[in-house]
Design a binder for this molecule. Structure first.
Ligand SMILES: [Zn+2]
Length: 158
């Protein structure tokens, strides 16, 4: 690193710390020429594919945009913010690991559906009703009935 005070390129790391969330490291550095201390951040560079929307437009993956959709669906539902952060990180990792240049936006929608289905059924149905654009009330009711069946299966009641 070039010292921001004197411009010398010799420095040593005096402290390294993993940031909460684990996706970045903060380093304190000291310039060996003038002793000035400064901070750098190191992050994993993820090669994320472009998201192809329904009408064919491409856009960059937007973590905050995706968060917005989830937060709206889980309004007043008991899902901790940490859980959502963790999910969003896992989405980025999964996208990067695909190694594709482009993926359909439905892939993101499906990941969110899968996540919300496990977290909270109310939030899931809210998201699903927007995402799947239920054609009529029957389709929505079928979905809700399916969830109810899953719940009773999980709790052991017939
Ligand atoms: Zn310096």
């Amino acid at each position: 690193m070039r010292c921001p005070r004197c411009g010398d390129e010799a420095d040593k790391v005096v402290d390294s710390r993993l940031l909460p969330g684990g996706d970045a490291i903060r380093r304190r550095r000291a310039c060996e020429a003038c002793g000035h201390r400064y901070t750098t951040y190191e992050r994993i560079e993820l090669q994320l594919p472009l998201i192809v929307k329904k009408q064919g437009q491409r856009e960059e993956f937007g973590r905050e945009k995706l968060r917005g959709g989830i937060v709206k669906a889980m309004h007043r539902r008991p899902i901790p913010a940490d859980t959502v952060d963790e999910f969003l990180r896992s989405v980025e990792t999964r996208l990067a690991e695909l190694g594709e240049r482009e993926v359909p936006s439905t892939l993101l929608g499906d990941m969110v559906m899968e996540f919300l289905r496990k977290q909270d059924h109310i939030a899931y149905v809210r998201f699903a009703s927007v995402y799947r654009e239920f054609r009529d009330i029957t389709e929505l009711l079928d979905e809700v009935r399916q969830l109810a069946d899953d719940e009773s299966a999980a709790s052991g009641t017939p």
